[in-house]
Write a protein that binds this ligand. Sequence first.
Ligand code: NI
Length: 146
Amino acid sequence: MRQARVTRRYRFCAAHRLHTDYLSPKENLATFGKCNNPNGHGHNYVVLVTVKSAVSAASGGGLDLGRLDQIVGEQVVARFDHHDLNQDPEFADCTTTGENLVLLIWGLLVKHLPAGQLEKVGLIETRDNYFEYAGSASPVPTLREA
Ligand code: NI
């Protein structure tokens, strides 16, 4: 069976503040700059979800887009849209960086999709910042060990 890759785009808006209790206020400011602003700030995040799709002779593509939309909608968009990322339990003791967020999104999606289907998760945070994670041979990382 031949396979193609399909990337679907999703969006959510969320607030965050880059800050960690492991650093002093001065160190936080030095590390994160204006992203450490106590009042936080927002982003219009774009999530690019790439999955494998079996190409069948009959249909031309085997991906159930409706199912994918449902999973991403429930697991990612509903969870984060118009929320403060710093309040999410997964970020209780780690920083809401794009790297951590893209790892978290991967972990939320991979367990709801058929094994091996998820290929890559991309996260656009700002005009100039793009993060991505494409899995690894080891088990899905948690934010704490990542
Ligand atoms: Ni930010």
